[in-house]
Design a protein around this ligand. Sequence first.
Ligand SMILES: Nc1ncnc2c1ncn2[C@@H]1O[C@H](COP(=O)(O)OP(=O)(O)OP(=O)(O)O)[C@@H](O)[C@H]1O
Ligand code: SF4
Ligand SMILES: [Mg+2]
Length: 349
Amino acid sequence: MSDPGLESPPYTEGEVLLSVRNLRTRFVTEGGDVPAVNGVSFAVRRGEVLSVVGESGSGKSVTAMSILGLLPPTARIEADQMLWRGESLLDAGEARIRQVRGAEIAMIFQDPLSALNPMHKVGRQIAEMILIHEPVSKKEAASRAVEMLNLVGIPQPAKRAGMYPHEFSGGMRQRAMIAMAIACSPDLLIADEPTTALDVTVQAQVLEMLLRLKDELNSALMLITHDLGVVAGISDRVMVMYAGRQVEVGTTDQVFYRTRHPYTRSLLRSLPRLDDRGTDALTPITGAPPSLLRLPSGCSFHPRCPLVKERCSKDVPDLNSGGLGHHPAACFYADEVSGDTASVVGGRS
Ligand SMILES: Nc1ncnc2c1ncn2[C@@H]1O[C@H](COP(=O)(O)OP(=O)(O)OP(=O)(O)O)[C@@H](O)[C@H]1O
Ligand code: SF4
Ligand SMILES: [Mg+2]
């Protein structure tokens, strides 16, 4: 098992849409090279929801943006493989990447205002997205834009299409951005913290809608979030990242109920529990993620790890270090991580 994040096990049967092997992305800065993503491998299959979870700065967004060619020129992206439906994105030219981005892989960002132009009517922006990628008339594109607004649950979509982004509420703007992202029926939707700025009720509605759209478009969803609580009920698989590396990869049940990495366990313990009767305070994770310019030796989680032992500051664990016969976890002592986290809010039923 050379590449567990990518290969094992084949949890879903769907067509492999995206396959990334050993992605390494660093930024060249005056202070030195910042290794933002360090050896990440994964695959996304049609029909599934893959969630990418980790604290701020763990490399979640950089992973997505490396795939879509959205990083600044200071970024150096290397990978053993980056295949989109069998085609190498590493060898694709800028024009082809632009075509993939939007029409085949669409990205939804946390801040809808970064994607919507305040000067143009919402319907027109969606129609333009369609016109860039598809040989349809302006009239057809305009009516498709209204259809998309309807699909994402915006009431009176024909009227709303003629409005400007500032005339929409926060939740509606988020929906409008999603409508733009799905306008060309992409095979993969990458949603980067799509609900962080929204209140809890709207959050749930937007997540529900993303799942419904995934099914209607027969696509896949890669959901990026710092909140493990959000992913529990909706993901097929979860990939946990820490300081630019994958530390645990498994089905949602494996990651939540048979947790094998102390970092995942700390994330879970900091969530509210279903059996919480108000007597136990939540346990926040102690310390802060390390600076990528000065990563700790050995396991980069060791200064914060409750299970730390002598070996941890010397050797670097990889996803195979947790031992065979289990889902992948980058910890030498994965067997000692107890899994009493089954009652965490939102666990998959
Ligand atoms: N243009 C850049 N130049 C230098 N470093 C960068 C650049 N962009 C990102 N980084 C660094 O790369 C690391 C990973 O960033 P990334 O945005 O992927 O984190 P994240 O997991 O998405 O966090 P968040 O939850 O805050 O969005 C961070 O330490 C960040 O400071
Ligand atoms: S390898 Fe050591 S420091 Fe790292 S997570 Fe496992 S026990 Fe903790
Ligand atoms: Mg991010």
